[in-house]
Ligand binder design. Structure first.
Ligand SMILES: Nc1ncnc2c1ncn2[C@@H]1O[C@H](COP(=O)(O)OP(=O)(O)OP(=O)(O)O)[C@@H](O)[C@H]1O
Length: 265
């Protein structure tokens, strides 16, 4: 009998205060292992702050015994342990890769949670895994390209490769389609759908309705630092909810491929 894996996230009553401002307000959320969810919210809702909470750049306020904050069943973990369960791809991370390292080195650096390889010893097993990930993402052609010469979409796919070298249970993607053109968006969606279908959990953090790939079944709406709605996609993505979330009248529609979009604003 295989043991049921612990939830990826278990949070209760998590509040984050920065510079005297409550930026995350009593958040409660459980995400099961392998679940594919979107966290959707307007500018300033607290999405990036939520990602920084996960990556331990921000800490919950208040007394430890009053809150639940577990990742993969652990309430004490460091970012280094976290990486085998959760691959994080954020814009903050992308900005740290400004040095001239190759695409292959970007992917390999995932083994060391570093930005480049420095004096780390790369084994042949690591090389083989990097090749496998580059092939899976169909980005072998980026392996020898310097990171500083790549477009945002190309760089982001390498960072997804970097996150995947540990075969994490889930990927957390923060605003992954920012600055992608239509072609890059098409390629990115294809990549993400392939990852979702391979059984990896997805936590997609975004302000774009059209980022929500059809494989995502649950949507959490975030507004003013709070989780405002949480449920099955079709129940959450209504005119009333999306209009209320973005504070603008909208019609929410679904196209024949299963993507949602808004009109009338
Ligand atoms: N370190 C900080 N000190 C003070 N206020 C902060 C800090 N970090 C974030 N905030 C505030 O918290 C709120 C949420 O910011 P956050 O960047 O998390 O929103 P977001 O949903 O990611 O927005 P966007 O879609 O525009 O990136 C904003 O009002 C922001 O000004």
């Amino acid at each position: 009998m295989t043991a049921t894996p612990p939830p990826l996230f278990e949070f209760e009553k998590i509040t984050v205060v920065r510079d005297g401002r409550t930026i995350l307000d009593s958040l409660s959320l459980t995400v099961r292992a392998g679940e594919q969810i979107a966290l959707l919210g307007p500018n300033g809702a607290g999405k990036s702050s939520f990602v920084r909470l996960i990556t331990r750049e921000y800490y919950p306020s208040g007394r430890r015994e009053d809150v639940v904050f577990r990742i993969w069943g652990n309430d004490r973990w460091d970012v280094f342990d976290l990486r085998s369960h959760l691959g994080v791809v954020s814009n903050d991370l992308q900005q740290t890769f400004s040095r001239d390292i190759s695409g292959r080195e970007v992917v390999l650096s995932g083994f060391f949670s570093s930005v480049g390889l420095f004096t780390h010893a790369v084994t042949s097993a690591m090389e083989a895994k990097a090749d496998e990930v580059l092939a899976f993402l169909e980005i072998e052609h980026l392996a020898d390209r310097p990171m500083t010469e790549l477009s945002s979409g190309e760089a982001r796919r390498l960072l997804i490769g970097r996150a995947l070298v540990h075969d994490p249970a889930a990927l957390l993607l923060d605003e992954p389609t920012n600055s992608l053109d239509l072609h890059a968006l098409h390629t990115f969606r294809k990549t993400l759908r392939t990852i979702a279908r391979s059984g990896t959990g997805i936590i997609l953090v975004t302000h774009n309705l059209h980022d929500i790939i059809p494989e995502i079944s649950r949507v959490v709406l975030m507004r003013d630092g709070r989780f405002w709605r949480d449920g099955p996609k079709a129940e959450v993505l209504t005119d009333e909810n999306i209009g209320g979330l973005f504070r603008v009248p909208v019609h929410v529609k679904q196209d024949e491929d299963g993507y949602y979009y808004a009109t009338g604003y």
